[in-house]
Design a protein around this ligand. Sequence first.
Ligand code: IVH
Length: 676
Amino acid sequence: MSKSRKDELTAILKVHDQAYYRDGKPTIGDREYDRLKAELESIISLEDPLGLFSLDEESDSAISEDDIPLVGDDRLEAFLSHRHLMPMLSLDNTYDRDEFFEFDQRLNRVLEAGSSAYVVEPKIDGVAVSLTYKNGILTEATTRGNGIEGDVITQNILHIPQLPKKIDDPSFPLLIEIRGEIFMSHSEFERINLERLKEGLDLYANPRNLTAGTVKLLDPKEARQRQLEIVLYGLGGVEPLNRFAYQSEFHELVKSWGFPTVEFIEKVSSVEAAWNAILSLDKLRESYSYPTDGAVVKLDSFALQREAGTTAKAPRWAIAYKFESERADTLLNDIQLQVGRTGVITPVAHLHPVQLAGTTVSRASLHNSDEIQRKDIRIGDIVVVEKAGEIIPQVIEVVLSRRRESSSPYLFPSHCPCCQTRLVRSEGESAWRCTNYQCTDQVKGRLEYYASRGCMNIDHLGEAVISQLVGLGYVKDLSDLYSLDKNQVLNLDGFAEKSAINLLSSVDSSKSQDFWRFICGLGIKHVGVTASKSLAREFKSIDKLIEAKIEDLTEMDGVGEVMAQSVVGFFMSENNLSMIKKLQGYGVNLAIPAEESGQNLPFTGKTFVLTGTLTHFNREDAGLKIEAKGGKVSSSVSKKTSYVVAGPGAGSKLTKAEKLEIPVLTEFEFLDMLNK
Ligand code: IVH
């Protein structure tokens, strides 16, 4: 196998890992990803047939930071990190029956006495979590992170009703990591996406992505609005040392301690019986409350698991058999390009309608030109479409045996389908863009976004109306909305006296919308609702926000370099500045009113950092109280911190506060200050 294919696959997988683990927005399905990963692994194993570069048995401690990329990395800067007592590994997987039987043979070559005593469990398609309990109390919920350490997401999952916060059972270990998955029901997923649709926000592709996005929200209050669920199946580190003998026994204990567990755990003693259990599971899994994408087969005995050991990436004692998701073949009638509000060009497959997973599918995502090229998708091809929990079906591949001889490769257009401007592609980006700020499709997209429920929430100003307003040349940018007159509106299809007045009056009342909604409505790349609220709170007026420098922005909680660059870049554009000036002239509210901005409250201008355990209230309540008095809460200590409130167990933040000579308050001193 050529080195270049290996490099290419490594680079492709890196892009997909970033999209999946960090951004929560994968652009390919699991099956496709697994196939690329398997290809890379087969190249590596050809180069290293003896597996010298994978780590050997038992020694979990042998997994060092050097091995980190092998399981991806979901960590984000804004979160506290927590080191796992026992690394969180990935699982080898297969879609193939023969490969599953080979797993059993391989394992039996490693085990001295041999064994096929397995447990077969559902593979839950959620977000992996590790719960740490100290003396029976839940202290941290942590994501997998890079396998060695993960992000602390406790506050975002505490509202899960089935999650035990305290275990009184005397048999419960002093210190234990219990592993499982957080997931979201299909109905909750649909409820949230419907809300987002109404608000003009991007939709989540599937419940797993939405769950991943929810556990990583910076604001636990927002996380609480979304119903998450949890299921536990595994053991991480434990003290005193692991005295459990079998995975099946551990399942029983987890259940008896009051944790939600999986309902299907079949103990088998041969690989054939394991295979039959996999087939039965496939029939039953539809009825489970959590989404499943396969079965996990594990050696039942913990002692044998230890004997089999792990590679750097996955245990040798377990394998995931993944079920194929629903697919169908259909004709690709056309590829059409959509121009988004930021100029990004998205190719969309127009298909001959086909039934798939209970719905009729006539469109599917093609992502970008590279994907079309890589899969050599041509108009007139018969293509395989898949819907694996995603709401948007994907074109997986072409059925080459059914390709017409007359077909020719698809040539990605070089010019914008709307305004004919030459398309450009920046280095490292997969998308082509139309750079014409005046491009009608972009203008329409920006207006739709500005008027949407999540932003300025302007009634009666939907897609069809905007399309006419732009088409007739009445509106060229956001500010033109406020100079519309009744005669112009009466010229639009479907408008009469009363409806025209209604539209104009909703546009007019949007002038007094909250400042954060206006920021959001500007459609600055990477700036959504949460960031808009923070920017409004921090800068209080558009004039101050326009002046903000990169450093001012990156100092804020939840604002990274990329978002800061995007904000500063937006306000460097002359077009944007002159539009904002016009909006100001029309009387659109571009600030937080002085009485709301907490100018004269007792904590105005003060920043607090909370650390350690608080006994009188949880972190979030304390934060709300601080904000109600005009103060701010930050998660990290810097020169700008006014006070650090430290409870028992405070660690590095307290040390840093002492080093920077920042006043440290006990919880009681803080209470006193609050009550004054
Ligand atoms: S056992 C050492 N059991 O799938 C890793 N994992 O694709 C042992 N998963 O990282 C993991 N259901 O997050 C195990 N019944 C199950 C599972 C399961 C889902 C997840 C887990 C793992 C990932 C690998």
